[in-house]
Ligand binder design. Structure first.
Ligand code: GRF
Length: 203
C-alpha cells in the first residue's frame, strides 16, 4: 500500500479541528493521512501550542505587511519543503491568493460551519437562526477561487432548538465538525492515495 498522504493543517486560532484531525489519526495509525505540519498566519495562535505539544512540526509567519501573493509564496515554499500533498484548512482566517488555489487545485479542503451553499462567509450560526432554518450544520468542501463555493464532500446537520443562540448552536456544530472533518479528510486522502502513481512510474 502506498505511503499515507502528507497533510498540512492551516489554522489561525484555537485549533480544535486540528486537534480532532490529529486525535482521529492517533486512535488509528492506519488512516490514510498523516499530519506533517501545522502552519499559521498568526504566530500567537493557540493551536500552534497544541500542535507542538502533540509533537507536530509547526510554522508561522505574520501576514501583516506582506501582499497576499508574497505570504502565500512563503507558505507554498514551506509546504514543498515538508513534501505536503494535501492541505486541510481548519479555522484559517485568511483568503488564499488565486495563484495558490490554482496551484493546489483539488488539494485543499476546508470545514465551514454551515450547510453550504447556505450561509457562506462569517456569522453563519446567527444567520441560520435569523433565517428560521430548521438545521444548522457543517460542510467539508474543496477550496476553489470563490469563497466557500467549492464542491461539498461531506455534511452534518445539527437541529436548531427554539432556545438556541449563536453560541449554543456553534458549540453543538463544533462537536459535529470534530466528527465530520477527520472522516472526510481520511476518505479524500484514500482516493488520493489510491490514485497516486507508484514509485518508478513516470509522473
Ligand atoms: C470552526 O468553526 C470552523 O468551521 C471554522 O472556523 C472554526 C475553527 O475552529 N472554519 P477551531 O480553530 O478548529 O477550533
Amino acid at each position: 500500500m502506498a505511503e499515507q498522504v502528507r497533510v498540512a493543517v492551516l489554522i489561525s486560532g484555537r485549533g480544535s479541528n486540528m486537534l480532532a484531525l490529529s486525535e482521529y489519526k492517533r486512535r488509528d495509525p492506519d488512516r490514510n493521512y498523516e499530519i506533517v505540519l501545522v502552519a499559521s498566519n498568526v504566530p500567537a495562535a493557540r493551536g500552534l501550542v497544541v500542535a507542538k505539544r502533540l509533537g507536530i512540526r509547526t510554522w508561522s509567519k505574520p501576514h501583516q505587511g506582506l501582499s497576499r501573493e508574497a505570504f502565500d509564496a512563503a507558505l507554498d515554499a514551506v509546504l514543498l519543503e515538508h513534501k505536503v500533498e494535501l492541505i486541510a484548512l481548519a479555522g484559517y482566517m485568511r483568503l488564499l491568493s488565486p495563484a495558490f488555489v490554482d496551484k493546489w487545485e483539488g488539494r485543499i479542503l476546508n470545514i465551514h460551519p454551515s450547510l453550504l451553499p447556505l450561509h457562506k462567509g462569517l456569522d453563519t450560526h446567527q444567520r441560520a437562526i435569523m433565517a428560521g432554518d430548521a438545521h444548522g450544520g457543517c460542510s467539508v468542501h474543496l477550496v476553489t477561487a470563490e469563497l466557500d463555493s467549492g464542491p461539498v464532500l461531506a455534511q452534518a446537520q445539527v437541529r436548531i432548538l427554539p432556545r438556541d443562540d449563536p453560541a449554543s448552536l456553534a458549540a453543538r456544530v463544533l462537536e459535529a465538525e470534530h466528527r465530520l472533518y477527520p472522516a472526510a479528510l481520511d476518505a479524500y486522502a484514500a482516493t488520493l492515495r489510491e490514485n497516486r502513481p507508484s514509485v518508478g512510474s513516470s509522473r
